[in-house]
Structures are given as structure tokens and as C-alpha cells.
Design a protein around this ligand. Structure first.
Ligand SMILES: Nc1ncnc2c1ncn2[C@@H]1O[C@H](COP(=O)(O)OP(=O)(O)OP(=O)(O)O)[C@@H](O)[C@H]1O
Ligand SMILES: [Mg+2]
Length: 242
């Protein structure tokens, strides 16, 4: 345990996190951890509070309870400060600047960082060659899969220590989704980057994930290793379809 009370290998720790919108409470005391270097997956039905959980971590909504990043209590910080502390958020529905080119979007991802962006651009163009081929194309004219890869690459340009992904496969064809998850797994292995992924495609997410949580109406109802979740009868029935 560190002086902050968190185990040293935890990148993210939520304890008793509550939060919602105005008077309506969506999260009812979430406990969740993500160890350094791992991919954690949040599964849950529509409306369970998955997006709200990521918003709570980014301080986009008011919360109660404790949120620690790498041992430091970040609850109540401003969203900007959480981002500067190394949390990158790829929101549901992507949010690229559609009138800007691919490369302009990528450069914006590193706006809070000084120095030569060349090596980072080369790195992510290498992982996502389609972005390299289209670097002068307007983001809005790219396919859904390409825009999702752009949104992820833009988040990576900030050199985050924790990447939050909200349903990266939303609206993508199965093959594109598979490729996207292969890239995410590759980035996790090669960079050791810690990720928290909200995903409806439980099968693919648990393949690259190390740990999983099932969220139901603002509460964690099941958690375990990715293998345990993939073998869990209820999870299989509800999220894997067999
Ligand atoms: N901006 C908002 N204002 C008021 N209520 C909201 C807002 N955003 C979400 N909610 C409500 O909070 C609850 C949880 O929503 P949330 O978006 O976190 O669910 P989710 O698990 O991400 O669902 P989905 O799989 O459909 O994306 C829902 O009842 C939703 O209506
Ligand atoms: Mg959502």
C-alpha cells in the first residue's frame, strides 16, 4: 500500500463511486480497479451506466466516492486536469473534427504536449496504415471504421497512461471490429498501455481483456478475470449469445 492507500500496481481505482445527472442517480456505489498494463472491460446492457462510469472518471459529471489514478485521488478534479494527468477518453460516437484532416486531428491530440510530434505520428501511422494513406483527407469523409481508428490514434497522441474507450465497435462491420480489437491488443502489448474498454462485443473485448466487470443499473454485479467472465453461464447467455 502506498501513502495514498492504493496498491502500487493499480492504475485506476474506484471506491464507492456514485453519480448521475441532476437529481437522478445512475451510479450506485461502484468499486472497480484496473491494474497497470492491463485491459479491463466493462460489459452491460443499454442504459446500465457504462458511459456514465467513464464520464465519472473524467470528471464530466459530479461524483461522490473515491477515484484514484496511479495512487492519487483525482475525484473532484476538473476534466482538463484529469486529461493532463494522463487519462485519454475516446467517447461513444468518436468525436473527431470532421472538417479537419486526419493529420490535423492527430496533431490536435497532442496539443497539450510540447516537442516534436514526428515520432508519434510515425508510430500511429504504422499501427493504422489507413490513416497514413489518408492523412490529408477530411476526417468526416472517412469510413466509420477509419474514423474510429483516427479517434483512438488522436487519443494516443497525448501519450496517455490510461485510455478509456466507449464502445469502439459501435456501428462497425464485424471484420473492421475484429481488426480494431487486434490493434488495441497490439498497442496494449507493445506499449504496456492500460485500457478500460466499454464494449457490447463481449467476445472480442474479453479476448484482449485481462479483467472484466458486468454493470447492471449502476452496480457491478459480476467481476473476474476475462477467462472467468467468458466462462460464466450468465455472462455467456446475456453477452456472448450462447
Ligand atoms: N446527459 C444525460 N442526462 C440525463 N440522463 C442521462 C444522460 N446521459 C445518460 N443518462 C441516463 O443515465 C443512464 C445511464 O446511461 P449511460 O449512457 O451511462 O448508459 P450506457 O450503459 O452507456 O448505455 P448504452 O449501452 O446505451 O451506451 C440512462 O438511464 C440514461 O438515460
Ligand atoms: Mg454508452
Amino acid at each position: 500500500m502506498t501513502e495514498h492507500g492504493a496498491a502500487p500496481d493499480l492504475m485506476l481505482e474506484l471506491q464507492g463511486v456514485q453519480g448521475g445527472y441532476g437529481p437522478s442517480r445512475v451510479l450506485h456505489g461502484l468499486d472497480l480497479t484496473v491494474a497497470k498494463g492491463e485491459v479491463a472491460v466493462i460489459l452491460g446492457a443499454n442504459g446500465a451506466g457504462k458511459t456514465t462510469t467513464l464520464r465519472a472518471i473524467c470528471s464530466m459529471i459530479r461524483t461522490e466516492g473515491t477515484i484514484r489514478l496511479d495512487g492519487e485521488d483525482i475525484s473532484g478534479w476538473r476534466t482538463q486536469a484529469v486529461a493532463r494527468a494522463g487519462v485519454a477518453h475516446v467517447p461513444q460516437g468518436r468525436g473527431t473534427f470532421i472538417d479537419l484532416t486526419v493529420e490535423e486531428n492527430l496533431r490536435l491530440g497532442a496539443i497539450s504536449r510540447k516537442g516534436d510530434l514526428g515520432p508519434d505520428l510515425d508510430r500511429w501511422y504504422g499501427v493504422f496504415p489507413r490513416l497514413a494513406e489518408r492523412k490529408d483527407q477530411a476526417a468526416g469523409s472517412m469510413s466509420g471504421g477509419e474514423q474510429q481508428m483516427l479517434a483512438i490514434a488522436r487519443a494516443l497522441m497525448a501519450r496517455p497512461r490510461l485510455l478509456l474507450l466507449d464502445e469502439p465497435s459501435l456501428g462497425l462491420a464485424p471484420l473492421v471490429t475484429r481488426e480494431l480489437f487486434e490493434r488495441l491488443g497490439q498497442i496494449n502489448r507493445e506499449e504496456g498501455l492500460t485500457m478500460l474498454v466499454v464494449e457490447q462485443n463481449a467476445s472480442l473485448a474479453l479476448q484482449i481483456g485481462h479483467r472484466g466487470y458486468v454493470l447492471e443499473t449502476g452496480r457491478i454485479v459480476t467481476s473476474g478475470s476475462a477467462e472467468q467472465l467468458a466462462a460464466d453461464a450468465d455472462v455467456r447467455k446475456a453477452y456472448l449469445g450462447f
